[in-house]
Design a protein around this ligand. Structure first.
Ligand code: S3P
Length: 171
């Protein structure tokens, strides 16, 4: 698999709570590759947390920074990258990932996503009156686009370790 992968990055895409970070870490260790998280890289570059960035500069600035970071990570393989849920919505980023990386959509249903995001409250997009409704809207908007990924893995009811080995097999 390492040979087939060459110097490509494996980029995990999908909504908040899909398990990109957990699965990504596991997958990276299975493959003996480094794992990087685009949100963490953004926090390092800006020296702010994601909520602070949203608060201080707004979402458009965050998106611009995210696009730069993810497009750079796309060409720094071989490695596994967990991308922030909105990164793949940027057309230029998507094209870059399509041409240089293997993209994996971790697909999960509303209940699974809500259960997982409720454990951490660091998502500015979900600070709404009705986070479940917001997530429902994001599913509707984004799933057709995530669907362009090279590989789709249903993460529902599947142990994260299992998801990781499915990805390893599919690449
Ligand atoms: C976002 C997802 C978050 C983070 C930011 C915006 C999104 O990353 O980048 O809060 O637009 O879906 P995770 O998907 O890692 O939670």
């Amino acid at each position: 698999l390492r040979e087939r992968l060459g110097s490509r990055t494996i980029a995990l895409v999908g909504l908040m709570g899909a398990g990109k970070t957990t699965v990504g870490r596991r997958l990276a260790s299975l493959l003996g590759l480094p794992f990087r998280d685009s949100d963490v890289e953004i926090e390092e570059v800006s020296r702010m947390t994601i909520p602070e960035l949203f608060e201080a500069y707004g979402e458009p600035e965050f998106r611009a920074l995210e696009a730069r970071v993810v497009q750079r990570l796309a060409v720094e393989g071989p490695q596994v990258v967990g991308t922030g849920g909105g990164a793949y919505m940027n057309g230029e980023t998507r094209e870059r990932l399509k041409s240089t990386a293997v993209t994996v959509w971790l697909k999960a249903d509303l209940d699974t996503l809500m259960e997982r995001v409720s454990r951490r409250s660091n998502r500015p997009l979900l600070k709404t009156a009705d986070p479940r409704e917001t997530m429902r809207r994001l599913i509707k908007e984004r799933y057709p686009i995530y669907g362009q990924a090279d590989i789709v893995i249903e993460s529902r009811n599947v142990k994260r370790e299992q998801v990781a080995s499915e990805v390893a097999e599919a690449v």
